[in-house]
Design a protein around this ligand. Structure first.
Ligand code: HGY
Ligand code: MN
Ligand code: MN
Length: 421
């Protein structure tokens, strides 16, 4: 089923999309070609201002909700919920220029392409970016889209504390994005997210498009370990209560669990702070995070259980106090089967190689899937690198992904009478 109403053959302007990606990457640019725009920092504000400016230039009606999610809507010839393309523009501190940004700017490119062609769709179209998708500064990740779909109360979201101690609601006010639009508006007909794969699969197999089946389960835990700081030279080993030792044991066991579980199991100790963190002082305190992921919820729960039991026993053996806090916990999500099929079908119609695959990373689409049919389109990441300044996707792959997005948005926004979508 191709595009409709004289929209056959319409394609995006890939050069314009790549130029906007480069333009946005100037904001928060860090050496090596990467970007650092942690959620609700001045860099995030500047990025938001830039994208909102582009939304307005394209004639979109822009609204900001109380958690800072921004939606731009293009009217259709008819009313009703829009077909939305979205993602995020916040990044991790050592981010690449494509993660999240591609999905938002490709949505704007679809709008620009239709504006150039003077074409109107029956259903309205929308382009959105959601607050704090990365979860690097404030946890959980996908926080803004989780509030949008009613999975987290606005109040608890606004009272979330950053790893630097700032309160989310204060930061939102400070950067001027505490909006007045009701959270969760507008209701959406369908949600599509173009995103870089951030893994090695598409590139290794020489495939242009990923039709994403869903997102794997995510479990983020913070452990606080409290022992006793002491002299590294005079304290006999038998008298030590070494928080650093237990942190190291937990990190080693997390890796062992992943190797034993095999399959998709991931385990990452991304943050680890010892105090006083000095060469000649036994660490009195350790704060660390463990990120566990699996496409299989039952296995993920099993691995979690074994990790928590190990941490408890290791702490008891060393005579230190252990506490843990869940920072994020999302079960695996399956995307709308019909839409996944259409991503693949449209890719083939465009002569692009395509395969289905799960997403290793979390995405706003997994939250929107709670309230409307949602799907994702992946394009290859060179060497599978992401959350790293070397993140790169070839311009031709970006253009291909944006054309699949364009075609599917048109199909959903201007369905043939008999399509039923
Ligand atoms: O952590 C993730 O999967 C995403 O980048 N927030
Ligand atoms: Mn992302
Ligand atoms: Mn990311």
């Amino acid at each position: 089923m191709g595009a409709t109403n004289g929209m056959d053959g319409i394609t995006v302007n890939g050069a314009r999309l790549s130029a906007r990606l480069a333009d946005l990457a100037e904001i928060g640019a860090i050496p090596g070609g990467g970007v650092s725009r942690l959620a609700l920092t001045d860099g995030d504000r500047a990025g938001r201002d830039k994208v909102v400016g582009w939304m307005r230039d394209l004639g979109l009606a822009v609204s900001t909700d109380a958690i800072g999610n921004v939606v731009g809507v293009r009217a259709g010839t008819g009313d009703g919920p829009p077909v939305m393309a979205g993602s995020h523009i916040d990044t991790v501190a050592t981010g690449g220029r494509y993660d999240g940004n591609l999905g938002v700017l490709a949505g704007l490119e679809v709008i620009a392409t239709l504006n150039d062609a003077g074409l109107k769709t029956r259903r309205p179209l929308a382009v959105a970016f959601f607050t704090n998708e990365e979860g690097a500064r404030f946890q959980p990740d996908m926080l803004g889209s989780l509030v949008y779909v009613g999975g987290l109360s606005l109040d608890s979201a606004l009272n979330t504390r950053a790893i630097d101690g700032a309160r989310l609601g204060d930061e939102l006010m400070r950067i001027g994005y505490a909006g007045d639009a009701p959270v969760g508006a507008p209701q959406i007909h369908a949600y599509l997210e173009l995103h870089v794969e951030q893994g090695p699969v598409l590139e290794e197999e020489g495939i242009a498009i990923g039709a994403v089946e869903g997102v794997q389960g995510i479990s983020w835990t913070e452990f606080v370990i409290e022992g006793q700081s002491n002299h590294a030279g005079t304290t006999p080993m038998r008298l030590r209560r070494d928080a650093g030792l237990v942190a190291g044991q937990i990190a080693g066991f997390a890796r062992q669990l992943a190797e034993e579980a095999g399959g998709d199991q991931g385990a990452t100790v991304g943050a680890l702070t010892l105090s006083p963190n000095l060469v000649n002082v036994v660490a009195g305190r350790a704060v660390m995070t463990v990120d566990l992921r699996n496409t299989d919820e039952a296995v993920l729960q099993q691995v979690e259980g074994r990790l928590f039991a190990f941490a408890r026993d290791a702490a008891a053996a060393e005579g230190v106090r252990l506490s843990r806090r869940t920072l994020a916990r999302f079960e695996p999500v399956a995307f709308d089967r019909h839409l996944v099929g259409r991503v693949a079908g449209i890719a083939r119609d465009l002569g692009l190689s395509v395969r289905t695959l799960p997403s290793g990373a979390g995405h706003d689409a997994q939250m929107l899937a709670r309230v409307c049919p949602a799907a994702m389109i992946f394009v290859p990441s060179v060497k599978g690198i992401s959350h790293n300044v070397q993140e790169f996707t070839a311009p031709e792959d970006i253009t291909a992904g944006a054309n699949v997005l364009l075609r599917l948005m048109l199909e959903l926004a201007d369905p043939r009478e008999d399509s039923g979508i």
